[in-house]
Write a new protein. Structure first.
Lengths: 134, 295, 136
């Protein structure tokens, strides 16, 4: 999948979550997503970035603009080297939270995206990929 | 097969003009112009641009990797060609033949160039076949995507046309839904309704589903999402037009519409007026006979 | 430095969120509003989110919390001005904000607040009561 633009952003503090939102918004506009679709991916990114910060102990967000023929997309990968998720199914259930969040972060991000991939290993970390296509 | 030593870049580059004429002739004789839908001049330009790009791509050493940067201009030409063919209603095969019909003319030149080089003949033929096959497939895929885009756009237009939002009274909107509600359509409906709520500063939206044939769990979900979104913006919804069969189906399916519903639009409208603090008052006295409405 | 001013109009507090808040700022706003409700005896809280392009689960929870806390303190919270794209996204995200009263705009929001407290005097001037400044 040809990547036309790629940026790696650090997630170390809550200011970084705001920066991720702004950068994702900017990319989403670049690839011409509708306002509703922009809002969806930025919101999903906000959820995942926060998860990375709070549950993952900090990590990175990779923003990639994709182009396949005339089709354009935006792919985001959030990675951390935190404790990992023991029960993936549970984590993806609405309302489940291991902290005092609402438990909508992962399942919500999945609903808001065209593509969603979650990999996690206890003791090693977590990786979440979401993508939205125009 | 190692195509690095292939003479194809030179064969195509040196014979561009001749190949172009043969290619054009090939397409015309096979009836590729499709009963005059493309003009000779247009086809010539398309073929020349493609051939030029192809020659350059081969010269750049991209070989049969059509995803390489060297093939960029070629892909652009094919994207343009397949998109325009798709919109004009050509079949996918006819569109792909634009690329495949180039094989004959190029093969002729390969045969001449490799008359005394059987190994070279094989390598050059292989490279040509591989690259043109892939370009042909690329064309078909692009064609498909364009057709899909057209269909999606048409669906959106249909969705928009069939979901007009009407003003029933100050602050009261009506949304008469006609036809099936799928997720794509619901999205359009939702966006229209919410924007209308903002534009007309509506307090109440009446969603009439008399024209919706079936309400299963999926449709109910879509309706509830619409109602929830409107609520978040401060507008209440009333659903009207629930036919007895639909009410029964919903109960059997265990669907719960957690929103006020009325059997018909009139009742919903009366409720809406009441909720927005209005009353319909009869003027009393002898029943006035209004003059007939005359055109 | 970001400041989210809290204005007082009669017995209502009005907050207009215009910046993309980071989490600490949101938490500070929640704390600040709570103490202002108690300090002023406010009977209504109006939160204007018409400038917000994004409302995620954190902000959603903040709104839920403010509504819940104000209810305990006998005040009515109304959130106004949610944008259509935000509403659609929130529903998809699964946030119902069921404990939060909403209205289309400030005017309607104030109508609701006034209606719940018929004898409140809102002819007073708008005073700035305090702000949630982010602590660094």
């Amino acid at each position: 999948m040809p990547v036309t633009k790629s940026d790696l952003l650090p997630i170390r503090a809550s200011d970084d979550v705001v920066r991720v939102r702004q950068e994702v918004r900017s990319r989403a506009q670049d690839i011409g997503l509708s306002l509703v679709d922009q809002t969806k991916i930025v919101t999903a990114a906000s959820e995942l970035a926060r998860n990375t910060l709070i549950y993952g102990g900090g990590g990175t967000a990779m923003l990639e603009c994709l182009q396949e023929g005339a089709r354009r997309g935006l792919r985001l990968v959030f990675e951390d080297k935190g404790p990992g998720i023991a029960d993936l199914d549970q984590a993806l259930t609405d309302g489940f939270s291991s902290g005092d969040g609402l438990g909508l972060g992962l399942s919500g991000a999945r609903r808001l995206s065209n593509e969603f991939e979650l990999t996690s290993k206890v003791g090693e970390g977590t990786r979440v990929m979401i993508a939205r296509w125009k | 097969m190692d195509v690095a030593s292939s003479k194809l870049p030179r064969i195509v580059g040196d014979n561009e003009e001749a190949i172009l004429e043969d290619w054009l002739a090939e397409q015309k004789s096979a009836g590729q112009i499709g009963a005059g839908r493309i003009s000779d001049a247009e086809l010539r330009t398309e073929c020349r641009d493609f051939l030029r790009g192809f020659a350059e791509a081969l010269k750049s050493g991209a070989g049969q990797d059509i995803e390489a940067t060297g093939y960029g201009p070629v892909r652009d030409v094919l994207a343009r060609v397949s998109a325009s063919r798709a919109i004009q209603g050509f079949s996918p095969s006819d569109t792909a033949r634009f690329v495949f019909s180039l094989k004959g003319p190029v093969l002729e030149r390969i045969r001449t160039a490799d008359a005394s080089d059987p190994a070279g003949l094989l390598v050059d033929t292989w490279l040509m076949t591989q690259s043109l096959d892939q370009l042909g497939l690329f064309t078909i895929e692009h064609y498909q995507r364009t057709r899909e885009d057209v269909i999606i756009r048409q669906q959106q237009e249909i969705a928009e046309l069939s979901t007009p939002v009407v003003k029933l009274w100050d602050g009261v909107l009506g949304l008469p839904l006609i036809g099936t509600l799928d997720s794509a359509r619901t999205q359009v409906v939702m966006e229209n309704l919410l924007q209308s709520i903002v534009d007309q500063e509506a307090e109440i939206a009446i969603i009439d589903i008399t024209g919706v044939p079936t309400v299963d769990t999926l449709v109910a979900q879509h309706l509830l999402k619409t109602v929830a979104a409107a609520r978040l913006m401060g507008a209440d919804c009333i659903i009207s037009g629930i036919r007895p069969q639909i009410a029964q189906t919903m109960v059997h399916l265990g669907v719960e519409l957690t929103v006020v519903s009325k059997a018909n639009l009139a009742d919903a409208f009366a409720l809406a007026l009441q909720r927005t603090g209005r009353m319909v008052v009869s003027r009393g006295g002898t029943k006035a006979v209004a003059p007939a409405l005359r055109a | 430095m970001d400041r989210i001013p809290i204005l007082k109009m009669g017995r209502a507090l009005i907050v207009t969120i215009q910046v993309d808040m980071h989490d600490r700022l949101a938490m500070a706003l929640e704390e600040d509003l709570t103490s202002r409700i108690v300090a002023t005896g406010a009977r209504g809280v109006l939160i204007d989110i018409s400038a917000l392009e994004i409302v995620d689960s954190f902000i959603g929870r903040m709104l839920d919390n403010i509504a819940a806390v104000s209810r305990i303190l006998d005040a009515q919270t109304v959130v106004v001005g949610m944008r259509p794209a935000v509403a659609i996204t929130l529903v998809e995200l699964g946030l119902s904000l069921s404990g939060v009263r909403t209205a289309l705009n400030v005017e309607r929001g104030m109508d609701i607040i006034r209606a719940s407290e018929p004898d409140q005097d809102d002819t007073g001037a708008l005073d700035e009561v305090g702000d949630a400044s982010h602590q660094e």
